[in-house]
Design a protein around this ligand. Sequence first.
Ligand code: PLP
Length: 381
Amino acid sequence: MNTIYFDNSASAIPCAQALGVFAETAKIYANPSSLHSAGLHARRIIENARAKAAAAFRCQSGELVFTSGGTESNNTAVRGLAHKNRRAGNVIVTTRAEHPSVVATALSLEREGYETVFVASPGGVPDPDELESVLKSKKVCLVTLMQANNQNGAVTDLKKVREIMESSGTGALLHSDCVQSFLKLPEESASDAARFCDAASVSAHKIGGVKGTGALFVRKGIAIPALMTGGEQENGVRAGTENIAGICAMAEAVAHYGAAERAKVAGLREYIINSLREQLGENVVITEPPRHIDSLFNFALVNVKSEVALNYLNSVGVCVSSSSACSSKAKTNAALASMGYGAEYERSALRIGISPYNTKEECDLLVAALKGALAFRIKGK
Ligand code: PLP
């Protein structure tokens, strides 16, 4: 049975060229911190990859630190920026819709005297009035808000967030989890994170790279304390010998996710949504935030429980998810609940993540399988 893979927001189908580069650069055995010629060669390869990734993020090379992934980038940013800016206050502002690597890190800082304030996030976008009122009334050291929500793809306008921060007179720093938005936004918004944030997190395996690599943008001039200590690598922000193959594969994946790939993903999204509406009619509720990325969307099969649908889909070779992979073992989906969709929707929520390597034929098979899942509607409904 062939696998029809539409869980690309949990981990994307890798880009073939990135896998090729991964295999090739895994052969580079010298330590990039060594001063002999082999070490210097390894260093040049990393710096070349850094320049490519930084260009895509629209920042300077020196502002990009390689990490082990989005989780580490978020942990480093939230902890590091909160400590760095402790003088401005002890309050961290975020939302319940954030990824657990942000929420759990913020909450863990409460043991060190910080307070976490959750701003409402209807539909996955933080309430601007509430954000402003918290910023005006509390001593905030850090605002951390994701650019694209990993459950429904809703996009938060970072320019607007920065404007609210400026008009409120806060001394807070701004971090954004850009794991789902990196390379997925239209050209005019592609530089938003680097323009308006002090730090931003990305991950390689969401864009066609390999798991175990990510990056953290830290604005020039902000000396963020390291999470991993014991070495001066990555500007002293992330100790440990660099993962050359993962880094080079990430840079290669970046080079292969551009306007054409975004257009293909947008086309497939539209095709799936139209087919679902045509073929499932009132049996499907699709969430379409006004501003969204095209690489994922959330929907519910009316009266079919998520786990029942997932089991059926899995039995016919179709992979989607019921929520973000990191919370897939949790009994309830706190992030989705915080967005205000209601218990009935939440119980049936599914997420489709689209890759430029998916095909229309796969979309047809996906929609047919979802139609098949309707046979498992709760009896009597
Ligand atoms: N942030 C968001 C929004 C995510 O969707 C994910 C992964 O699903 C992460 C962070 C974690 O990234 P990683 O899997 O690279 O640790």
